[in-house]
Write a protein that binds this ligand. Structure first.
Ligand SMILES: Nc1ncnc2c1ncn2[C@@H]1O[C@H](COP(=O)(O)OP(=O)(O)OP(=O)(O)O)[C@@H](O)[C@H]1O
Length: 238
């Protein structure tokens, strides 16, 4: 597919990725490669200039964000998007604004509370009182309210300390295990690939290489170029 902004040259030029049901796919690549642009196209925030967006066999190219949600694509944006002055409950229920059936909403609430214990424990608290990692889980819970086929996560560990990052990645795995496919963009590429099933390295708007995440992690050249060095080699004493 091709996609870009305004009249500028395309950011994505011949890019393609597929997210199988039940898999975590991680997009990796240098700054400015177009990773967030892929999520914007998949989430309906940006229309592709050429190419198609297919969800569960259906061509949904050109759908806007709300329609994409209806097609089963839920986007969790970069940074923090909880409403701090609202309770966890109110934040999570915002994710159900397209649902009409009260029983379905109650079912989804029970489901997200089970997956994200912190959401259940802090249900009545103001979201602003939660830690950054806990707030991210509230965002995840909100994104799952519509029972999406795929969740798009843009840098979920941004601004989190290592412990909170680990918790957030554990929750990404729980989302996948509960049946939601995940397309993930992360600065913390090595950590994300360790969590993902499949990886796709994006460079200059094209797929540089894609395959099983473990295989990409083991590739010394990729490690050097995109993952911040080779972890397998001992760090020399200074
Ligand atoms: N709203 C926008 N308007 C114009 N250009 C944009 C816009 N958003 C992104 N770009 C440009 O598109 C290119 C790709 O940006 P994108 O955010 O997709 O990259 P990225 O791989 O996610 O980068 P990073 O790792 O730094 O977040 C960059 O050159 C960026 O300047």
């Amino acid at each position: 597919m091709q996609a870009g902004y305004g009249r500028a040259a395309p950011v994505l030029r011949g890019f393609s990725v597929s997210v199988p049901a039940g898999a975590i796919v991680c997009l990796v690549g240098p700054n400015g490669a177009g990773k967030s642009t892929v999520l914007k196209v998949a989430g309906g925030l940006l229309k592709p200039r050429d190419g198609r967006v297919i969800v569960a066999g259906k061509d949904v190219t050109g759908a806007g964000p709300q329609q994409m949600l209806g097609h089963g694509v839920s986007l969790v944006l970069q940074g923090h998007s909880v409403f701090r002055e609202m309770t966890v409950e109110e934040n999570v229920l915002l994710g159900a604004y397209t649902l009409r059936d009260a029983r379905k909403i109650a079912e989804r609430v029970a489901f997200v509370k089970e997956i994200f214990p912190v959401v259940a424990d802090r249900w009545g608290s103001l979201a602003g009182l939660l830690s950054g990692g806990q707030q991210k889980q509230v965002e995840f819970a909100r994104s799952l309210m519509v029972d999406p086929k795929v969740v798009l996560l843009d840098e979920p560990s941004m601004g989190l300390d290592p412990k909170a990052t680990s918790t957030v990645f554990e929750q990404v795995v729980r989302m996948r295990d509960a049946g939601t496919a995940v397309l993930l963009v992360e600065q913390n590429a090595r950590r994300a690939l360790e969590t993902a099933d499949l990886g796709c390295v994006l460079d200059l708007g094209r797929v540089h290489i894609s395959g099983p995440a473990r295989q990409l992690l083991a590739d010394p050249q990729l490690g050097e170029l995109y993952l911040g060095g080779r972890p397998a080699e001992p760090v020399p004493d200074i």
